[in-house]
Design a binder for this molecule. Structure first.
Ligand code: NAD
Ligand code: 13P
Length: 352
């Protein structure tokens, strides 16, 4: 019978773990070819070797996920066109700011029958308004695109600690089930939800909340304050999502992609960590500088997402409805001090 071929576009921290999860399943399931291609944005390591060669020789991503075997059936490929050409299932997992360029390069290069899924937390803002990354992929490449989001700190899943995730799909339940099958393991439990916009907006917006939580940590404000920020953040996430897409469901916020991802990212994520350092430095060192120093090439999504959300809010006249989202951006650009993160209670919005 027909066997699906899977390619992972991206090979950062989460991209590498996604390839590992998938590769463990393609070996076990008859409906998939064993081999998993992984497109690698090529770079030369301090040792002088190419990252792709190092991955293929050692079966580890020495830069973005050191110490973890990906599975011998993961093949790193620096050539984007070659990596995608035979695949009928494409998994997109790069930092969101690179996706517009990657999509442009992929036009006309993917199979006509290809199904895609995005694990990318972020969005683009165009002249016409906000554009989710799955929509960018869908529209640019003319293909269907589902999403997978959840409380998924990559390093914890890499060592096979239990977690859950949510697949968001548009209308084809069978395709959602295929993605669930491809990702599920006993330690990674995936639930399909027919609310692609809600799931993707949860994953995207929680990174803004995580920046706020990092500020609270940097200012040593304690647990109650952080819990308050998480609650207010979750409420703004729901309100913003529903204003953009009236189809978004309340129940989505109780899935792994919603409340659970807010919690884990505010406790242990990279956005939280760098925002904490930003606040400890009183906003005197920029996020770009701190990111480069603290993350060894990994990328933050929250700071640019806060800017993108702010553009949407100001363009639509919604700034006053979303004091937390707006304040995060104003702190990030130095217009407000980090302590402003708790100074908006006066302007309490009337969100249900
Ligand atoms: P990462 O932060 O480790 O990012 C670095 C990646 O970007 C590397 O693969 C690097 O080669 C690549 N890169 C650098 N410059 C590039 C360019 N010009 N063009 C293309 N690629 C370039 O990546 P990640 O952690 O895999 O994150 C990818 C997505 O997954 C993000 O949207 C993130 O929010 C999401 N995510 C991450 C985690 C996590 O714990 N790491 C968990 C869930 C979701
Ligand atoms: P950070 O990018 O803040 O590490 O968050 C990772 C994540 O998305 C966990 O689900």
């Amino acid at each position: 019978g027909f066997k699906s071929r899977v390619t992972v576009v991206g090979s950062g921290n989460w991209g590498s773990v996604a390839a590992k999860l998938i590769a463990s399943n393609t070996l076990k399931l008859n409906s998939f070819h064993d081999e998993v291609r992984m497109w690698v944005f090529e770079e030369t390591l301090p040792s002088g070797g190419k990252l792709t060669d190092v991955i293929n020789r050692s079966n580890e991503n020495a830069k973005y996920l050191p110490g973890i075997k990906l599975g011998k059936n993961v093949i790193a490929d620096p050539d984007l066109d070659n990596a995608v050409k035979d695949a009928n299932m494409l998994v997109f997992v790069t930092p969101h700011q690179f996706m517009e360029g990657i999509c442009k390069r992929l036009v006309g290069k993917v199979r006509g029958d290809v199904e895609a899924i995005s694990l990318i937390k972020g969005m683009e803002v165009k002249m016409e308004g906000p554009c989710m990354i799955s929509t960018l992929i869908s529209e640019q490449l003319g293909i269907n695109c589902s999403v997978l989001m959840g409380a998924n700190i990559a390093n914890e899943i890499a060592v096979e600690k239990f977690s859950e995730a949510t697949v968001g799909y548009r209308d084809n339940r069978e395709i959602a089930e295929q993605w669930v099958q491809l990702f599920s393991t006993p330690y990674f439990v995936v639930t399909p939800v027919q609310d692609v916009e809600g799931v993707e907006l949860c994953g995207t917006l929680k990174n803004v909340v995580a920046i706020a939580a990092g500020f609270v940590d940097g200012l040593d404000m304690g647990n109650n304050t952080k819990a308050a920020i998480m609650r207010i953040g979750l409420r703004e996430m729901r309100a913003f999502s529903k204003l953009l897409f009236s189809s978004v469901r309340d129940s989505t916020f109780f899935e792994s992609c919603g409340v659970a991802d807010v919690i884990t990212t505010c406790l242990g994520g990279r956005n939280r960590k760098v925002a904490e350092a930003f606040a400890q430095n009183g906003g005197k060192r920029s996020f770009d500088e701190l990111e480069a120093e603290m993350l060894q090439g990994q990328k933050l999504q929250g700071v640019s997402t806060a800017k993108e959300v702010y553009e949407v809010l100001s363009h639509r006249g919604w700034l006053e409805l979303f004091p937390l989202f707006a304040t995060v951006h104003e702190i990030c650009i130095g217009r407000l001090p980090p302590s402003a993160i708790v100074e908006y209670s006066e302007k309490k919005p009337r969100l249900s």
